[in-house]
Design a protein. Structure first.
Length: 233
């Protein structure tokens, strides 16, 4: 039986569920039983309920008409909606600051690219490649001085790629493909061409939509490329 220190019961329960979702022990559609979880953790149901409410607000859990509280069930459209919003926010952020990207900014992006190359050469685990990808996107959003934009842009697709479909996400790109995908964004950023930046970042997210949509609960193996696109200016 897991034992948690009293002041952080709900936080520990939330982390436990998130870990189980990330490692694939809990999958989209799996029911979360409040009473059983409270018994497993040796605590009352109140902090468990608090943790479930928090995870639902973050998009990791949902309330289902028949299943009750469960891990969020994904459809191709849900994936597209989330990635579309992340793409719009990130691409617009980068486009707005395109002309003010400094040599230091370029060096920062290039440093992450070089870390990706080094990770490939060293045969690093996929998790390390994925973290470098996250670091790269964070560096783009850090160009903005709007903290709300930064928080929202990372939230929508992160829930899917880092938790709900993480075990599948690990299989859809090779480390070399991850490097190539981020290299295209780096080159677009260095060009300072706003339209090119918008297009490349949105294509980056659209490709992920197409690949991830095949892992939804309904068993679809492929989504129409025309549905994996983002509005033009």
């Amino acid at each position: 039986m897991k034992q948690f220190s009293k002041p952080i019961y709900s936080e520990e329960v939330a982390r436990l569920i998130m870990k189980r979702i990330r490692n694939g022990n809990l999958k989209p559609g799996d029911v979360i039983r409040e009473a059983l979880l409270a018994e497993e953790c040796g605590i009352s149901r109140a902090p468990v309920r608090e943790a479930l409410h928090y995870l639902e607000s973050e998009g990791l859990l949902m309330s289902h008409q028949k299943r009750g509280k469960c891990v969020t069930i994904l459809t191709p459209d849900v994936i597209r909606y989330n990635y579309e919003l992340s793409a719009l926010l990130e691409s617009e952020t980068a486009a707005q600051v395109a002309e003010s990207i400094t040599e230091d900014d370029q060096k920062k992006f290039l440093s992450i690219i070089e870390k990706m190359r080094a990770a490939i050469a060293a045969g690093k685990q996929y998790d390390e490649h994925a973290e470098l990808g996250s670091e790269f996107h964070k560096a783009i959003l850090d160009l903005s001085d709007n903290p709300l934009l930064r928080a929202l842009a990372t939230r929508f697709s992160r829930v899917i790629s880092k938790f709900l479909l993480y075990q599948h996400w690990r299989t859809i790109y090779t480390p070399q493909e991850l490097l190539d995908r981020h290299m295209r964004i780096y080159e677009a950023l260095c060009s300072r061409d706003r339209e090119r930046i918008r297009r490349v970042i949105r294509e980056h997210y659209a490709e992920s939509v197409e690949r991830l949509a095949g892992f939804c609960e309904n068993g679809e193996k492929k989504t129409d490329r025309r549905r994996a696109h983002f509005p033009k200016e």
